[in-house]
Design a protein around this ligand. Structure first.
Ligand code: UDP
Ligand code: MG
Length: 138
């Protein structure tokens, strides 16, 4: 099934000039970029995005980090895009991420792990709507 998923290139990756390399890996994996922009979240906006994790011990640190610098948000589309993009990202903890994945190559640690990807069709719809107006997604 053709799906859309939300991708974020996180502050650690933008800071290290990795936007181009990461988008190249995404396009190389046959995922189509359907919307793309850069922004700098404030703490409240980062908390809103990661609301599902608000009870987790890492929530405060995560939302400080996600609001610490610019990010790139993108909508990716393709056959089975949600699962395929998560495979391309690799495991949350880069120590467990397979060779050739984005996190294996670029992530600094379990928090500063360079990219985000939606984990289900329901969350993809919510996350895309968090960042993009209907008219901004091709
Ligand atoms: N995270 C963290 N410590 C942890 C687990 C997660 O700092 O022990 C951060 C990390 O940046 C991760 C984000 O919280 O990407 C969301 O966690 P999730 O479990 O949803 O991982 P993901 O879906 O991003 O692989
Ligand atoms: Mg997640």
């Amino acid at each position: 099934m053709v799906e859309q998923t939300l991708c974020i290139i996180k502050p650690d990756a933008v800071e290290r000039n990795l936007i181009g390399k990461i988008l190249q890996m995404i396009e190389g994996a046959d995922l189509k970029i359907k919307a793309l922009k850069m922004l700098h979240l404030n703490k409240k906006q980062a908390e809103g995005f990661y609301e599902v994790h608000k009870e987790k011990p890492f929530f405060d640190s995560l939302t400080n980090y996600m609001s610490s610098g610019p990010i790139v948000v993108a909508v990716l589309e393709g056959e089975d895009a949600i699962k395929r993009y998560r495979e391309l990202m690799g495991a949350t903890n880069p120590k467990e991420a397979k060779q050739g994945t984005i996190r294996n190559q670029f992530a600094l640690d379990v928090e500063k792990n360079s990219v985000h990807g939606s984990d289900s069709p329901e969350n993809a719809v919510k996350e895309i709507a968090y960042f993009f107006d209907k008219l901004e997604v091709l």
